[in-house]
Write a protein that binds this ligand. Structure first.
Ligand code: UGA
Length: 485
């Protein structure tokens, strides 16, 4: 199907410093950027006139979840006037006190500085905020619906309310991860509502931040992607991001929506790939870390996201891998590679738990210590966390479960109030038959293995992240098992 969304073909424009300097380029590498920098220097004045707006931009960010709050706080930190909008006044009260409703290292400091300078404000009213806005980001949730496609209810409600509030020109930007074609849907909705088309642009600007390092990622992103269907629609965003030193790629809107899915799905496939290799390592005696190191030395592969473990979880990879599969299906393409990656990811936990069961004989009546509940370190997020999958099996098979996490315990308690929650890693392993490391929090790396051996009644350590030092574990008299060996 050629051009299924009726996109106008736009030249790719790669920009540096928010200044478009190269048209029609397909390759993004350092040589290209050296050239673009030179062109930028030569052509600076014209380019600056073309892309910078000489006043502070008023930005509205609707939704104060991970993406919305971090985006809003950082833009305020960079000097824009930002209003973070949420319908939950309790959440806004927390933000107005200079606190963060989510656990994210460094975020409170940025919020506090935004409140102090007056660049960061909050509101429950979309109409009031949109009344003075130049740019409106939609950053509300798009949870998976029953069939795996992202649920756009919240996004479309926001679009309707924004549509009713538009009095002056705004650039309406999707920041939430939305299915391919959502920008067109938004535009169609605004047209149906009879909003003057001269008063808005609909743009896609996907977010690439990682939980746990969201502040650093947003301050120093690898790239900014701006998806527009109308030439010139990117102007306000280029101005907004003019302080960023990273490449800015301006492409058509559907491509921008798809870049987000493609990036997350690719990273998930990469992790599943190394986890597949880990299964071969288990049988062959090869070392999966050494293989990742050897592969990663090839610049085309890179060592990042090649850490074998229990697999990928969180609010993004599982949802986006499924989402891209669905997009493929609607286009008549069966993206089997994604299904294989999902299968490896599901099997990874089942296989690991199977190995523990085999060592114990049965889980019934055993005492199992779990270190780490969050889907990864430095977050309290437990969405699609591997800990939950493991707990479900252990509970069904009659184990007594003792758990610890530095920040995510309250979230798990809400689902599993019947587990034993402890204050420290040492307390968790007390009298345990087996200790399972699920999340590689730095503090577990400081556990003294001799002390762990004294405290446990059994001697089995199952490391789901290849995190402990095997020699240290073994020399404490414990039996060490990990992914890939
Ligand atoms: C991911 C992407 O990395 C971000 O670029 C993107 O913006 C975000 O999704 C999103 O769509 O909002 P995030 O889910 O915060 O970020 O977490 P990652 O650091 O990517 O980790 C995802 C999962 O993969 C975790 O469960 C982690 O433990 C696992 N992982 C990661 C591995 O098993 N091995 C690795 O080598 C890397």
């Amino acid at each position: 199907m050629a051009d299924p969304f009726g996109e106008k073909a736009l030249d790719k424009k790669i920009t540096l410093d928010g200044v478009p300097v190269l048209n029609g380029a397909g390759v993004v590498d350092s040589a290209v950027f050296e050239t673009t920098q030179q062109i930028q220097r030569d052509d600076e004045k014209v380019a600056l006139n073309r892309t910078r707006i000489n006043r502070t931009l008023n930005v509205v960010v609707i939704g104060t979840g991970y993406v919305g709050l971090v985006t809003g706080a950082i833009l305020a930190d960079q000097g824009s006037n930002v209003t973070c909008v949420d319908r939950d006044p309790a959440k806004l009260e927390v933000i107005n006190r200079g606190e963060s409703p989510i656990y994210e290292p460094g975020l409170e400091e940025v919020i506090q500085s935004g409140l102090k300078t007056g660049h960061l404000k909050t509101s429950t009213s979309i109409p009031e905020s949109v009344a003075t806005a130049d740019i409106v980001f939609i950053a509300v949730g798009t949870p998976p619906s029953a069939d795996g496609t992202p649920d756009l209810t919240a996004v479309m409600q926001v679009v309707q309310e924004v549509g009713r509030s538009i009095k002056q020109h705004i650039t309406l930007v999707t920041k939430s991860t939305v299915p391919v074609g959502t920008g067109n849907l938004i535009e169609e909705t605004l047209v149906r509502m009879g909003v003057d088309p001269n008063l808005y642009d609909v743009v896609s600007c996907p977010e690439f931040l990682r939980e746990g390092c969201a502040v650093a990622d947003t301050k120093n992103p690898d790239r900014i992607i701006i998806g527009v269907n109308d030439p010139g629609a990117e102007t306000k965003l280029l101005s907004l991001f003019s302080r960023n030193r990273c490449p800015i790629l301006v492409i058509n809107r559907t491509s921008a929506e798809l870049v987000k899915y493609a990036s997350n799905a690719f990273l998930a496939v990469k992790i599943s790939f190394i986890n597949g290799i880990s299964r071969i390592c288990e049988q062959s005696g090869a070392n999966v870390d050494d293989i990742a190191a050897g592969m990663g030395l090839d610049h085309r592969i890179s060592p990042k996201f090649l850490q074998a473990g229990l697999g990928w979880g969180g609010s993004c990879f599982p949802k986006d891998v499924q989402g891209l599969s669905k997009v493929g299906e609607t286009m008549g393409f069966d993206f089997e590679m994604l299904k294989a990656a999902e299968k490896i990811n599901t099997d990874q936990v089942l296989h690991f738990v199977g190995r523990i069961r085999a060592e114990l004989g049965s889980f019934s009546g055993t005492r199992v210590a779990i270190l780490g509940l969050a889907f990864k370190p430095n977050t309290d997020d437990i969405r699609d966390a591997k800990s939950l999958e493991i707990i479900k099996i252990l509970k069904a098979e009659g184990a007594e479960i003792i758990v610890h996490d530095p920040v995510a315990m309250d979230n798990v308690k809400a689902i599993h109030p019947d587990l034993t929650y402890t204050k420290t890693g040492e307390e968790t392993v007390h009298d345990a038959d087996v200790t399972i490391l699920v999340t590689e929090w730095a503090e577990y790396g400081r556990l003294n293995m001799d002390r762990v051996a004294q405290l446990m009644r059994g001697n089995l350590i199952f490391d789901g992240r290849r995190f402990f030092r095997p020699e240290e574990v073994k020399s404490a008299g414990l039996k060490y098992f990990t992914i890939g060996s």
